[in-house]
Design a protein around this ligand. Sequence first.
Ligand SMILES: Nc1ncnc2c1ncn2[C@@H]1O[C@H](COP(=O)(O)OP(=O)(O)OP(=O)(O)O)[C@@H](O)[C@H]1O
Ligand SMILES: O=P(O)(O)OC[C@H]1O[C@H](OP(=O)(O)OP(=O)(O)O)[C@H](O)[C@@H]1O
Length: 230
Amino acid sequence: MSVKLGVPSKGRLMEKTFDWFGARGVTLSRTGSDREYAGAVAGVDGVDLVLLSAGEIPRELASGRIHLGVTGTDLVREKLVQWDQKVEPLAELGFGHADLIVAVPAAWVDVDTLDDLDAAAAAFRARHGHRLRIATKYHRLVRDYLRDGGVADYRLVDSQGATEGTVANLTAEAIADITSTGETLRANHLKPLSDPPVLRSQATLFRSRRAPLSGDDRATLDALTRLLDL
Ligand SMILES: Nc1ncnc2c1ncn2[C@@H]1O[C@H](COP(=O)(O)OP(=O)(O)OP(=O)(O)O)[C@@H](O)[C@H]1O
Ligand SMILES: O=P(O)(O)OC[C@H]1O[C@H](OP(=O)(O)OP(=O)(O)O)[C@H](O)[C@@H]1O
């Protein structure tokens, strides 16, 4: 057996995760060709690197197929019901900072808060005969947030990417998505509500509470957590 460490397979999260482990004496690397999703770990014995989509890491942790995994807190909270019973956060990694926010067209000068959005949603329904549409891939988190914020008259529409474009494309009136610099929102003539965000996210190292551990694996995990200063 070995301890399986799941890491995002591409993009900024992968590079910064490699840097974070490297700075602590654990060298992660991709092996094989540029396009091959294979990796290696040096600096500690008994750990296998598993390169995965950031969005799949929560499920792999919850099923116990990987012991450790790096992904955004947003993805863990969205994808895992009762996430804290399935995974344990071991360390916030200090990158991948992003806020999950609700945004409306910048031209909606009367809408600044959730209360305003609720009023606008009721007016929208009265006027158009159907509910205001909010595009997102974060269905669970956004539904809970809007319920707690007292917004009722809306409908979520699924958008798995380029969500800020849905308003101009007339498939939604508002959106809920991740933002960091705010540039994508501005470029698409959207503004976030002024209320606190749905969630503040960053890249985090999680431990599975479900993955079976042999005696050797337990020793490996202890050695790794000592090395990483966790
Ligand atoms: N602009 C951003 N700045 C910082 N972090 C971001 C930004 N956009 C997304 N993230 C974070 O990166 C993580 C991965 O995002 P996302 O689900 O979009 O993955 P992806 O790069 O599309 O990969 P995959 O489709 O393979 O899962 C999420 O936790 C998210 O919060
Ligand atoms: O506030 P900003 O710095 O502009 O960043 C926000 C954008 O970054 C992410 O998209 P990503 O590039 O991951 O592409 P996606 O549309 O496929 O999610 C996110 O979904 C936003 O669209």
